[in-house]
Ligand binder design. Sequence first.
Ligand SMILES: *[C@@H]1O[C@H](CO)[C@@H](O)[C@H](O)[C@H]1NC(C)=O
Ligand SMILES: *[C@@H]1O[C@H](CO)[C@@H](O)[C@H](O)[C@H]1NC(C)=O
Ligand SMILES: *[C@@H]1O[C@H](CO)[C@@H](O)[C@H](O)[C@H]1NC(C)=O
Length: 440
Amino acid sequence: MRSSRNHLFALSLVCLGTLLVVYVTDKVVKNRNTRDVNTDCDCSKNNVPPNPEMTNPAACDRDPRDDSHVNPLSKFYSVWYDQPTEKTLTKRDHANILIWTDLWDDQLKKKLPTGTGTMCPTMPGCIFSKYHDKIHEADAVLFEVSNLQKDYNPSVMPTVRFPHQHWIWFHTECPNFPSINFETYRSVFNWTITYRSDSDSSGAWGSLYRTYQRLKVEGVDPKKDYTVGKKKLAVWFISKCNTQANRVAYATELVKHMHVDVFGRCGKSVCAKWNVTCMPGIIRQYKFYLAFENMKCKEYLTEKFWRNALANDVIPVVLGANRSDYERLAPPHSYIHVDDFKSPKELADHLKMLGQDKEQYNAYFKWKTQPPKNMPLEEGVWCNLCREIFERCPTKRKLYTDLRLWFEGEHLSMCDPLENVKHQKLQFVDDHFQVATYTD
Ligand SMILES: *[C@@H]1O[C@H](CO)[C@@H](O)[C@H](O)[C@H]1NC(C)=O
Ligand SMILES: *[C@@H]1O[C@H](CO)[C@@H](O)[C@H](O)[C@H]1NC(C)=O
Ligand SMILES: *[C@@H]1O[C@H](CO)[C@@H](O)[C@H](O)[C@H]1NC(C)=O
């Protein structure tokens, strides 16, 4: 038995040609065999096998990750299987995705096409729209977290909800960022897109797959000397410099032992942190890029690692997720992890040494010529989502009953705590960090 509380929604459905129910409840209890509402269900057919024409028939096998012995976080969502229907038995050649909220990148939202293929060119059957009246056709409805109201507000959410429809929570930042008031959004979302690999669809900032796809286009010269043109040692782009972020204390100490050029809001302002026009030209002059994440969270590798460092052929020095996460997600021997050093001074000494050693330095780019055998398919957020929609088990249902605990982990285990120090803003001046303003 499952239950979903504090949740108000309406279902309007067509079953056997009849407009059935508009259903409002604060507690829905359903059972796998006996259902108290006939939703998207052709109830005369029992035990029909899952869609035999599905691309991946195994999709309807029970996923071990839904077992709480295998995945403790699975207790924060519920999973059930509806009876197959005419509709779910039909082979699908297109999917409709409705982007309900604005997107974080509203340029993208403005350009959102109603036609096919623009968001994910490799899957033209996947159709994106931003028009709310498309709700009746939508296989998935996407809600981007920064544009959701903080508290659940039914008046800005869809007023109809179909059983086959996935309401998706889309959030690519780590739990420390401003988010929604989770308690009010209990039992609202069916799927998640986050940077974490256990999300329903991947919203990772980068991946091995995409990295090697890029290299296929760019080409790789196995004899290239990656020290050429790099006269400077290390560079850091940072916009939020406060003493509590895990990375700042480390960096404050590091810059005492080696020269680092700091750009962004608390450093040199000639090129701002998100400016992809000026960043590559600057970054490529350096041997190392400090890819320090603002939080140490499980699997939280961002554009700092993938786009700023790796894609610019500069070795990332990483602080953030544990080494084991990098080993799993990043190309082998492509980065230097701060945890491998006893102190910032030891790291500084190592970087200065490596900067002088052409052979050792170039060894950090060998991965480019050695694509791993089994790379999980990861084609960017829109294609990932299209693929999931096409390949999902059409009768599987899922609902996050406690999204906060799923996302933050029990006892906030997904992230290491922030530094327990007074919150101060810093400025990088003449080779060191100093306090800029007091905020408390
Ligand atoms: C990005 O940098 C370029 C070159 O420095 C500058 O011309 C441009 O105005 C910057 N763009 C933004 C959005 O700040
Ligand atoms: C890193 O690993 C340690 C030891 O296994 C663990 O206690 C910590 O929670 C992990 N941190 C993150 C951010 O995953
Ligand atoms: C999403 O959750 C709602 C609310 O419980 C449910 O009616 C619907 O069947 C779910 N959809 C999927 C695809 O899991």
